[in-house]
Design a binder for this molecule. Structure first.
Ligand code: ATP
Ligand code: MG
Length: 200
């Protein structure tokens, strides 16, 4: 008897939840590209961006990727997606704490930005990923106004994903979706090495 009333209560709750979700789904009628920001200090920002890129490729979408401050010569996302026709522009100067020459960093950032800007202006691209872009703004390697203008003026159907810690407030305001990844724990803090296929 008790079991049956639990089952019935569960059914009613689920029915209510379904009605609520259905109403919200019906209300979301707008179709357009979105700006997504993955920020915060936890692990998973670039992983989420490349996961989305993989999804998009799986639906036959055209994807372009700019990787700012990615120095790894061997990275799994490139090895998987590039042979599938995804275009990559990799700054390849190493992580910021390894670089010593501000001028050459700025030059490298600018050259990846020129490619990013071209993709943001081209309706051929359904998804443009700007991985680790936030640092380029924080270090003032790129002009924030120029970056924001290019994102605002992109083709209406195009989605843009920005990743990196400490995202600029104007970008956060502009974004349609912002996820902040919070570090609860990280293996590295317990002396566990970064690993191919997990961390890059
Ligand atoms: P991932 O690429 O694994 O999704 P991420 O993009 O969220 O990480 P980044 O700061 O870009 O984070 O990470 C650069 C490298 O540092 C990655 O190899 C990542 O696994 C590692 N990492 C990310 N967060 C942490 C953390 N809180 N502590 C230590 N290492 C981290
Ligand atoms: Mg990252």
């Amino acid at each position: 008897m008790e079991a049956r009333s639990n089952t019935e209560r569960h059914r009613q709750r689920q029915q209510k939840l379904k009605e609520h979700v259905d109403t919200r789904v019906a209300a979301a009628t707008e179709k357009k590209g979105v700006l997504i920001v993955f920020t915060g200090n936890g692990k998973g920002k670039s992983t989420a961006a490349f996961g989305t890129a993989t999804r998009a490729v799986g639906h036959g979408k055209t994807v372009g990727i700019a990787q700012y401050i990615k120095g790894q010569w061997d990275n799994g996302e490139y090895n998987t997606l590039q042979p599938l026709g995804v275009e990559f522009h990799i700054m390849g100067t190493g992580f910021t704490w390894e670089t010593q020459n501000r001028e050459s960093d700025i030059q490298a950032a600018q050259s990846v930005w020129q490619e990013s800007k071209r993709m943001l202006a081209d309706a051929h691209y359904d998804l443009v990923v700007l991985d680790e872009l936030t640092y380029m703004l924080a270090y003032r390697y790129l002009d924030t106004e120029e970056v924001i203008a290019a994102i605002v003026n992109r083709p209406a159907h195009q989605t843009v994903i920005v990743t990196g810690r400490g995202c600029h407030s104007q970008l956060l305001e502009l974004a349609d979706t912002v996820s902040e990844v919070r570090p609860v724990k990280h293996a590295f803090d317990n002396g566990i090495q970064a690993q191919a296929g997990i961390d890059w």
